[in-house]
Design a protein around this ligand. Structure first.
Ligand code: SF4
Length: 312
């Protein structure tokens, strides 16, 4: 007979939406309210299926290529940011643009532009193909090199190493990034590091919470879409700590076999996963027999980013 009786669900804190995701979604919603549908959004506004489908139902149209945006349309850039080429094309084609790039990603872009003027080239630590990496690498047309892991650091070819700075994707594994950065510093001892690390507060806090929670539970469920970088990092982190972990994009993804013999279940959510999904997953856990829910203590987040002019 299967045993999926869960005694306790422990909710991670903090979890779920960060200030950059909150702001990005509000930008699309306010644009819809102010200018009416359709509002075009370049790339998924944030990497979450529920959020994207909800905004689609309200009249947002998600595109990857600006060629699919009609003249005169209102266009929103996603929270991940865009390259200078995309920004320029949007301006040339006369779209009315609202920029939902997270201000913490913009901070990295500003740093790249500033140091580039001072003659720096860059090593970027990040995941190839992620839109944030494409946006940050695309701040320059040359002199920025991507490394995804320690092995890449050994083989990356740079045009000059006298003035080299390092930047990172905001949603990396804190531990992996530290290891890769150490390898970069070993190979390029003069490399300039950001004053404040580029990995954002939300990524750091959610990973810190999992570090506390994972050893105390028998299995960890991460609410997040497969495309969400920071959600994937939470699942990986728990597994590294020896706790089986699974990601669910929707409550129906939860599988009874994951709970087999598990008394205590941890529940967290990536920065792009809405609280309503966490509530639905919790309800499904209750339906599957979970007896109680407890919230862990965690850092209280107070970060808030203002909306762009014209949408306040
Ligand atoms: S995860 Fe971090 S960088 Fe990404 S939107 Fe949230 S606060 Fe900004």
């Amino acid at each position: 007979m299967s045993d999926t009786r869960v005694d306790e669900v422990v909710l991670a804190a903090p979890r779920g939406f960060c200030a950059g995701v909150d702001r990005a979604i509000e930008i699309v919603e306010r644009a819809l309210a102010k200018f009416g549908a359709p509002i075009y959004v370049r790339h998924e506004i944030v990497h979450n299926t529920y959020v994207v489908n909800d905004l689609k139902a309200k009249g947002a149209i998600f595109i990857e290529d600006l060629a699919d945006v009609p003249p005169g349309a209102t266009l929103v850039f996603s929270a991940h940011g865009v390259s200078q080429a995309v920004r320029q094309e949007a301006a040339e084609r006369g779209f009315s643009v609202f920029d939902a790039t997270c201000p913490l990603v913009t901070k990295v872009h500003v740093e790249v532009a500033k140091l580039h003027k001072e003659g720096y080239d860059f090593i970027m630590i990040g995941h190839k193909g992620h839109p944030e990496v494409e946006g940050t690498m695309g701040q320059l047309t040359e002199g920025i090199y991507l490394v995804e892991d320690v092995a890449d650091v050994a083989r990356v070819g740079v045009a000059q190493s006298d003035k080299l700075a390092v930047v990172t994707q905001t949603t990396l594994s804190v531990d992996d990034a530290a290891e890769i950065l150490a390898a970069v510093k070993q190979r390029f001892p003069n490399v300039r590091e950001p004053k404040q690390q580029d990995i954002c507060y939300a990524t750091q806090n959610r990973q810190d919470a999992v570090k506390v929670l994972a050893p105390k539970v028998d299995v960890l469920i991460v609410v997040g879409s497969p495309t969400s970088s920071n959600s994937n990092r939470l699942r990986e982190l728990a597994e590294r700590l020896g706790t089986p972990a699974y990601m669910v994009d929707a409550p129906e993804d939860l599988q009874a076999q994951w709970l087999e013999g598990k008394r205590r279940v941890g529940l967290t959510a990536g920065a792009s996963a809405p609280d309503i999904l966490v509530q639905h997953v919790m309800q499904r856990l209750r339906d599957m027999g979970a007896l109680s829910v407890r919230k862990m203590q965690g850092v209280e987040e107070t970060t808030h980013f203002p909306l762009p002019k014209g949408l306040k």
